[in-house]
Design a binder for this molecule. Sequence first.
Ligand code: Z5A
Length: 218
Amino acid sequence: MGLFITFEGSEGSGKTTQIKKAGNYLSKKNIPLIITEEPGGTQLGNELRKLLLNKTSLNIFGKSELLLFAAARAQHVEEVIMPALRDGRVVLCDRYCDATIAYQGFGRGLKIEDIHRINDFSSQFLKPDLTLFFDIPVDAGLKRAVARISQITDSPAEDRFEREDIQFHMKVREGYLALVKNEPERFRVIDASRGIDEVHREVCSHLDKSIKRLRAKG
Ligand code: Z5A
């Protein structure tokens, strides 16, 4: 069985930058891996991603949004993540079930117990071995995210969530911090306000430890 590592964080925390660098780091060590993301990672997931993230005139209610993320996850777990893990690969995944608790639970205010049930169903109870949470103050992260979006000119901006007000993003961060508190053994909190290379070095040290642990298990 491989190793399942998720990257989580609020807007502009740099997790997408870091997941790519982590992939390069592991590839250089000849460790078989895939990099994937939620929502996305499959054809169905990519279609749902467009619906969920591009700002259109479509009115999506909170519960419908929750179920669309769950549908993308169900497909992703069965089609991509589980086969890769069975194949002995390291799976690096940009967001997963924790994002649903943070955004739909804390951000939108949907019932947390309902979300746990839906997460369990859509993920077939598959939990990450390790979750790196990239933590950054909300205003600093939003500044980065807005700057990145303003550079995109060749495709529709995936900015439906960035357009939410600052209170929404503060509740999301609060949600992540509550998850970290509940499961300290799974999470590593990374101070994402530092420079890219410094953050990368810390990511590599967590990856190395997890891989060592996996190898020790045989
Ligand atoms: N969502 C949800 O609501 N429920 C769910 O169940 C799931 C997701 C799974 C899609 O996520 C959205 O879906 C997300 C939650 C919701 N909300 N939003 N938005 P996403 O991961 O695809 O989108 P994102 O969170 O907006 O990611 P992002 O914009 O790609 O941000 P990021 O990954 O945190 O950061 P980045 O792209 O690596 O960096 C942003 C910019 O900052 C970029 O210009 C970098 O060059 C720069 N950067 C990165 N690191 C640094 C450092 N260290 N210093 C300075 N500048 C930096």
